[in-house]
Design a protein. Sequence first.
Length: 752
Amino acid sequence: MPATRLAPLRGRKVPIFSDSRQTAARLAPNLQTYSTQDAIRPLIVAGYQRLSSTAAIAPYLSLDDLYFGVLIAAKELGVRLRPELKAGESFQDELDVDAAIKSGALTNPAALMPLWGKLRASRPPESLLRAIVNSLGDRYYGLEALAIASLRERGDHTTWVEALPDIPGFATTPEQKLATARSWIRCWGRAGLWMSQMPPAWRNLSRQYQARSGKFDEMDRFIADKPARTFFSKEWLPKLLQRFGEQVAPNKFYLKGSELSLYVGGPWAYCQSCKTAQRPFPGRTTCVNCGQPTAMAIDPNTDKVFVARKGYYRASTVDALKVPPSPPMALIAAEHTAQLNTAQADEVFSKAEEHELLFQDVDLGNDGTGHDRPAIDVLSCTTTMEVGIDIGSLSGVSLRNMPPARANYQQRAGRAGRRGNAVATVTAFGSADSHDEHYFSNPDQMIRGAVDDPLLTLDNAEIIRRHVTAYLLQRYHQELPTINPEEQPHLFAVLGTVADFKKSAKVLNRWDLKNWLEANEAALRAEVDAWLPQQFSTAERKRLLDELVPKTMEPIDAAIEFEPPASAAASAPAAAPAPAASGDASTASSADTALRRLTRRARRSRGVTQPPRTCSTGSSTGVFSLATRSRPTSPRSTCSTRSTRQCTGPLFSSRRHRVSPLRSRSTRPGRRSGLATNSGPPRPSTRRCAMTDIAPGWDGGSTTNAACATTRGPRPSRVARVARPRTARRAVAWVPLALPRSGSARLASRTL
């Protein structure tokens, strides 16, 4: 398949299967980030070296020209850059550079200078610029970390650095002065470096873009001698900040990328203590990073230890600098999970469908903002891609984890190698769980093990009941009345709506369905009995056929939320209430009156947003209500429940709703006081507790009012409010309430 602008990889596609939707969703952007970084790194070096070969601009090249160099290298190496474009961004610079290269601008300084100035003033896409910046300062995969290139002063500043005053006992030669200044510049690589193309919104956005003072602990460790360190701070640091820094606040600077350049190649050292690559300091083995004298000179291309650690990540850049060069591969990765399956009202395809088409190199045009949608090379998907979706020819399949069973592996691996492809690759990644470790140690069981045959239970009454309901609905719709298509132009609403189905005056309604079932019950019983499986027991078969009509209407009524008319419910005879003893009735009446009065008072004073609800725990009843945004009190309480620990003191005493420490206190000997083991009337000083479970994520600003009643006590008391904290999963809320001595104990509890 030939390469095109839409699909430069010539149809090479790989899906990655994950059994976790969260894993698949996270894997797609991570793959995109790492792929872009691995492709940008060699383009930076190759493009910058290409610009450095032009004598007219070589002394003035800076980090602001990295974007120009990346575009040049991409065109010369045949790499299609497809950065993600935000609203208002454009990638027209790629086409301008392509046209200039074809016209010979790289060999004609007169044509190159205007293009160089234009690209310096241009604003690259933020995603591409972020990848360039990360390639400079990444701790593990940056240019210096891989011993490829390092930051240095711009070419026209070299003479100025060599003319700085000598640092006694540390930097007295021009080479040592340059190494000292470049060590100081190196400290800015991970934070504080600022390029002119960066948007102002990035300032102080994260630690990587924070302004710095210019004083670094690394330099204090590097210059171990105190007099030399003091001389550097007083004589060198102000001059270096004035030359290379941009002050944005008192004692806060950014290091200007316009004053810096890249130093590609050259000698390298590797610290045996902190394992970092760096430039060697003339005459010393002191590490710039940790200050230990263990920075040994190495050849990054031949050193066995360094090649084992970093060789894989260096390879793409080293290959791009060879003659002839080997271009890096830039991939586009996307997600394909069930959470992307809903299309918006103004979209033709859902995101999942769009990714499927782009994965098959179908050109969908621009995305509505004028930006082209590039083809997708890697699709991070879940089990939704196993069956039922044609995604074309695949050159390989990758498994993020070991599939659950042999059949799943066969289905996923079988995606590759179809349609005449002679070669297909399947890779599987074993995670740290026991399932993956087992099949990683025993791959034959997964690759060529026995496949379990699917099992279907033919005597399952629930499944048979559903099939019967579906069959009866199908039979009913075979005798539909004639409907004029012009009266109902919408295909999916041609049979009417659910609301219409519940109205007896409509053509199709539930009463008509029920009457049809009852009128044809004998024939329908015979039809159903004819195809029921033989494994279905005789007793179950008879019961199903006897309840054919009512058991068919029950799930239908539940699905459409049908309720009988009020007139039918009112005509039904009401059950007579059971007689109650006069003493119990008066006691219950007085208790209910006190509870209602207390609840109304609490609602007026607390601002209740929900009406009180009656709940029950065993034989006790109570009232539960909610209030919001109330300040929690700190009541004195003593509570004990079998499901929580015994406690006393203020439950939640902080206005920020944090749980205060609970002190242990035992109950009165011989009596258990609690919701689950309440026996006998409590003492007047005993406060009964209602326990409520708190669902995770409850708003910490909410409070709960719970009313409890005891059988003794001098007088009613106010409802205590207990705040629900974010960190607690269970809290105990109590409220004392005095009732007549003859009243039974009433407890309020509610599970949220």
